[in-house]
Ligand binder design. Structure first.
Ligand code: HEC
Ligand code: HEC
Length: 337
């Protein structure tokens, strides 16, 4: 498409949506890269950067806490063995330090919570949402609610939301990992070939990523170093949305929808640590979560080419028998209408 035309179209959509042109500048680049322009009525928010923090009129101690939150978010490996038991940082999936649209920017959680969450069937606050990513995506167990680390992380999330309306009634531009349209058929073989060709150079053919002298370089896409079977990214559409919008690193949107889905299908049909909601068997998990969460994953499927039943194991990865304390915790048992 003609860039000039696109820019004009974007500028008018921007004005209609009431976004300042200054805030828009950064987003215009996204549209030039091929991301969709904001629709009329969508909430567009440009989170502040760490450079903005230095300029901001905030208490110096608050700035320190936000810096600590940023540091935990981008180097979560410092909690390895305590709260994190895989090779991930929060920023391994939330690109651009949690600011990037179409890469599940994290600030929306700070303005849309507390709210009911289908995954655990109760009203969650920001700390509980963060704790969820610890239990599943980091294959870990979260820092305690109200702890220094939890405070620092939530302060970072909240600060990124500076200026955004609380409980917005508009949809949020670039939220989550929006999936491209699902093609009619998905091919494991094609996904494998594409992974080897486009991804293995960084994530390695066996999905284990790259660690150099014990230092994080590229994260693991499956296996013990990756997220467990309960993480949001094991859902095929979420993986497809992540891949289409973010990978290969530095070349987002370069894969066709079919390619992104085939790779997602291949990637999510590899083994990883057990879902922490597992208590006795794959069938028990499927009975509880098959109709909801795992409807969209390959959990418990039998792989065509080798007859392997996915997730039929008691491997929890490096976490061993540590049980994330937040999983299965409800709230307000006796709440009256
Ligand atoms: C393995 C990938 C992965 C890692 C690592 C990860 N997350 Fe997430 N995160 C996700 C996915 C997937 C979602 C759901 C996105 C969606 O709904 O499409 C999500 C959602 C969120 C949200 C909610 C965003 C919203 O729109 O409301 C927050 C907040 C969040 N993560 C924080 C964290 C924090 C903090 C960490 C590190 C402790 C972390 N995440 C690590 C994959 C990951
Ligand atoms: C040039 C190296 C590179 C290439 C090529 C690449 N990635 Fe990544 N990938 C990364 C890095 C680095 C991250 C984490 C982001 C960060 O730490 O900044 C990542 C993160 C991921 C994640 C989320 C974290 C995890 O490990 O699960 C997935 C999934 C992923 N990539 C899949 C792919 C797929 C599929 C391809 C091929 C289409 C691909 N990547 C190609 C470097 C790469």
């Amino acid at each position: 498409m003609n860039i000039q035309k696109t820019t004009l179209a974007v500028a008018s959509a921007t004005l209609a949506a009431g976004i300042s042109m200054a805030a828009w500048a950064e987003y215009e680049t996204l549209v030039e890269m091929g991301y969709p322009a904001p629709q009329e009525g969508e909430l567009v928010h440009v989170p502040p950067t760490m450079a903005d923090l230095e300029e901001a009129d905030l208490h110096p101690e608050l700035k320190q806490v936000i810096r600590r939150g940023y540091d935990l978010f981008t180097n979560t490996q410092q909690l390895r063995g305590e709260n994190v038991f895989n090779d991930m940082n929060c920023s391994s999936c939330h690109l651009g330090e949690g600011r990037q649209p179409f890469s599940a920017p994290i600030w929306p959680a700070a303005v849309t919570l507390p709210n009911f969450r289908g995954k655990n069937q109760h009203v969650n606050n920001l700390e509980e949402r963060i704790a969820g990513c610890f239990a599943y995506s980091m294959n870990g167990t979260p820092p305690a609610y109200g702890s220094d680390d939890m405070l620092a992380l939530s302060a970072y999330h909240r600060w990124l939301a500076t200026g955004a309306p609380v409980y917005p009634d508009q949809p949020i531009y670039g939220r989550g990992f929006p999936a491209p349209e699902r093609p009619e058929t998905l091919s494991y073989e094609n996904g494998e070939a594409l992974f080897v060709e486009n991804c293995a150079i960084c994530h390695s053919e066996d999905g284990s990523g790259l660690y150099e002298d014990g230092e994080y370089v590229f994260p693991a896409t499956w296996g013990d170093g990756s997220n467990n079977w309960g993480a949001g990214i094991v859902r095929t559409h979420t993986a497809a949305g992540f891949i289409k919008n973010n990978m290969p690193l530095g070349q987002p949107l370069s894969l066709s929808d079919q390619q992104a889905w085939d790779i997602a299908y291949y990637m999510t049909r590899q083994e990883r640590p057990q879902d922490p909601r597992f208590t006795e068997s794959v069938d028990q998990v499927l009975e509880q979560f098959g109709p909801t969460f795992h409807k969209h994953s390959s959990y418990g499927d039998v792989r065509e080419h080798d007859g392997h039943r996915l997730a039929d194991h008691a491997n929890w990865g490096e976490k061993g028998d540590i049980v994330p304390w937040n999983v299965g915790q409800g709230r307000f048992e006796n709440l009256e209408d």
